[in-house]
Design a protein around this ligand. Structure first.
Ligand code: GCO
Ligand code: MG
Length: 408
């Protein structure tokens, strides 16, 4: 069964998504997510101009060989654009294999290891009161684990904090602004470090000790500041503290690790198993944040998680709304099959997106499930997708009070 067609579909149902659509000589269609937030067209070109011509005529069943051909064989290894493009190809091939076998992809990965994948939702508020409402709304929607982000007194807009919700309102937050240049936000690490422990204290007092709570520092702290934050949050028993320091320097986490027992997660901007060598072998983290969509697909992440398993490190795959439902489905098949699953991020896509991508995954009682549809279980409405044109959109940047551009 050969690959006959390889088409790249760029669509924008509220945000931009890149999808690779492969079709075999038997007419089987496979979908892969190639979305890289704010750099979407770079991956679209990589796929269209440099990968699609190599795929046509290849054996569609050879998932591992195609993965090696595109990563080992390309000379230029790693990096977000390359690894997102490889991810798109890899997912589409697993989708095809599942459809041909008549099995959901998780069955091909070893079958079911759990009833469902514990999901965490994003609660946020510009004030403590708004945050409490957002947490209650999430609990009402069935979430059993919650990430908390809040405004910081004295700072304007803070990344990760959406518009405040009313009672019963659904969280609807798009981190990237649909603007030609990134929006600029302010940052002040000392103000943040002073404020955050009081937020967790109030939330624990209101919701009790059981609820798993998470927090994301978005790569903004020095190792020493991160250690300070981890220690100040220890009394509130976090599930994890995410991205405390910039992820490109794994050694920075040595100091953080030595100073605090708060569990650490990192890796949404890492793209290869090689980026994790120090983090994993020195056990500097508890959770891997990579997503299949940016780390070479199911094949890339399976290798990474098997390596992490040797050191007792578990998964917590990145799944904001800037990864498409195809990427989400790929993550869910891994979540169900991997023994060292930890938790799954779940930001619900907007209705328009779920019209373009028809999914078969479900969310009930706090657990996600990929469903039993053969393959990944996602269909793409090509006609609708074609009507929704790419619109430039960028994540914000942040600057310190004196104007210095700060880390993510
Ligand atoms: C998360 C992330 C997102 C990212 C965004 C980048 O934990 O979900 O930090 O908010 O910033 O997905 O594309
Ligand atoms: Mg994050």
């Amino acid at each position: 069964m050969r690959i006959e067609r390889a088409d790249v579909v760029v669509t924008s149902p509220g945000r931009n998504f890149v999808t690779l659509r492969l079709q075999t000589t038997d007419g089987v269609v496979g979908l892969g997510d190639g979305t890289l937030n704010g750099r979407e067209l770079a991956v679209a070109s990589y796929l269209r101009d440099h990968v699609a011509p190599l795929l046509v005529g290849r054996e569609a069943h050879d998932v591992e060989d195609t993965w090696q051909y595109l990563s080992r064989g390309a000379y230029w290894r790693r990096g977000p654009v390359t690894m997102t493009a490889i991810a798109a190809v890899d997912m589409a091939l697993w989708d095809i294999k599942g459809k041909v076998a008549g099995l959901p992809v998780y069955q091909l990965l070893g079958g079911r290891s759990r009833r469902g994948a514990l999901a965490y939702g994003h609660a946020s508020g510009t004030t403590l009161e708004a945050l409490m409402t957002s947490i209650r709304n999430h609990l009402d929607r069935g979430f059993r684990a919650i990430r908390l982000q809040t405004g910081v007194p004295g700072l304007g807009k803070v990344y990760g904090v959406g518009t405040d919700q009313g009672v019963g309102q659904k969280y609807d937050y798009e981190p990237a602004g649909r603007t030609a240049v990134p929006v600029e936000e302010d940052w002040d690490t000392r103000a943040y470090l002073r404020h955050i422990p009081s937020v967790f204290e109030a939330v624990r007092a209101e919701f009790g000790p059981e609820l798993p709570l998470l927090h994301d520092a978005h790569h903004r702290l020095s190792p020493n500041e991160a250690a300070q934050l981890g220690r100040s949050l220890e009394p509130y028993d976090l599930f994890w503290l995410e991205d405390v320091t910039p992820a490109d320097n794994p050694e920075a986490l040595r100091r953080v690790r030595a100073m605090t027992t708060t569990p650490l997660a990192i890796g949404e901007v890492l793209t290869s198993i090689h980026d994790y060598r120090t983090l994993v072998t020195e056990q500097l983290i508890d959770y891997v944040r990579s997503s299949p969509a940016h780390t070479g697909g199911i094949t890339g992440v399976k290798k990474l998680m098997d390596f992490a398993a040797l050191y007792g490190i578990r998964s917590g795959f990145h799944q904001p709304t800037d990864i498409s439902p195809v990427g989400m489905a790929a993550a869910l098949h891994l979540d169900i099959a991997l023994h060292n699953f930890g938790i799954q991020e779940f930001m619900e896509h907007n209705e328009r997106t779920l019209e373009v991508f028809r999914t078969s995954y479900t969310f009930a009682d706090g657990l996600l499930d990929p469903g039993e549809t053969p393959g990944l279980g996602v269909d793409l409405d090509l006609d609708l997708a074609a009507q929704l044109e790419y619109t430039p959109a960028y994540l914000p940047v942040n600057r310190l009070r004196d104007g210095t551009l700060h880390d993510w």
